[in-house]
Design a protein around this ligand. Sequence first.
Ligand SMILES: NC(=O)C1=CN([C@@H]2O[C@H](COP(=O)(O)OP(=O)(O)OC[C@H]3O[C@@H](n4cnc5c(N)ncnc54)[C@H](OP(=O)(O)O)[C@@H]3O)[C@@H](O)[C@H]2O)C=CC1
Ligand SMILES: O=C(CO)COP(=O)(O)O
Length: 328
Amino acid sequence: MNVTIIGGGSWATALIKILSEKNIKIKWWLRDLEAINHIKKHHHNPQYLSSVELHPSKIKPYHNLKEALKNTDWVILAIPAAFIESAISEVNPELFVGKKIVSGVKGIVPSCNMLVTDWFSKKYNVAKDQIAAIAGPCHAEEIALEKQSYLTIASEGILTAKEFAALLSCRFVKTAYINDIDGVEYAAVMKNIVAMACGITHGLGAGDNFQAVMVSNAMLEIERFVNKISPSEREINSSAYLGDLLVTAYSQFSRNRTFGNMIGRGYSVKTAQMELNMIAEGYYATKSIHEINKNLEVKMPILEFVYGVLYKNQSLLKAFEVLKEQLV
Ligand SMILES: NC(=O)C1=CN([C@@H]2O[C@H](COP(=O)(O)OP(=O)(O)OC[C@H]3O[C@@H](n4cnc5c(N)ncnc54)[C@H](OP(=O)(O)O)[C@@H]3O)[C@@H](O)[C@H]2O)C=CC1
Ligand SMILES: O=C(CO)COP(=O)(O)O
């Protein structure tokens, strides 16, 4: 069994750690040649989750994406959605034929406002039942520490979901599988936006009382949006949806929350991005979901709060006042 992982950040490194528990070969594409050389020599990713040991007998880093995609069974996408198009643009669609694709991305492709798996399926002509998404509350940093975690694999092809769930389950990760791929992807995109709202309001001085109310309202907002854009029967309070919102809204490890907190404390978007030094997907997703919702017209006060602050240069305090009025 060969697995190719595309992306060199925290989540790619965490997924490699999980998969290294299995008897499989991992081909790992990173864009950063220096990181590749470091990994070959020292068996650690220099910039992300650098404590994780990368076993050379199982993991082979590649700088040539086409080579990394040859003779592989599963391809895992682990690059922020905003950069995924440019990262894999050189790949001939034929290289994906007969392979199963898994998205670990929790974002929207900004040029077309599509879910990563929908965009991939359309662009590379891969049937949606051959594509899965990784959902659930799981921070890469806790995988590095082998803390017990739970992931849900979603695919319209339930066999695809089941197979990948089996591949990803290990000593410290328990997996489940479902078929609601669009639902979990939209919910994951939305929870990043909510986590930014938690950070912004925390930065403005709001406490735990306010955050609890906002997260409860957020779950209803996510449910309204997901049910409108992708109507289906779903257990929205299960860990793949609600759990992911909770961990991102409350965890010290959340990049989206940290980014929002800096904005709430008066940083500009550029400074916050530089300071974070990792990607907060919610920043890009806020614009995409705002645009998608122009047609859907779902009531989304938390999304509009974040959009106003990040994209319309609204006064933080005024926007916060409006938000406070809208929550119940
Ligand atoms: N971290 C986590 O706990 C989890 C993350 N995710 C999702 O995984 C996805 C990846 O995030 P994550 O790994 O955490 O992000 P990080 O910020 O840790 O890493 C970002 C990665 O993207 C690469 N990158 C940035 N810009 C480009 C570009 N223009 N072209 C190619 N590659 C680029 C970076 O490369 P370089 O280092 O060379 O700049 C780096 O490898 C996101 O959608 C995130 O929401 C999902 C679940 C958990
Ligand atoms: O998706 C995540 C946890 O489930 C990661 O969230 P952050 O990108 O905010 O760190």
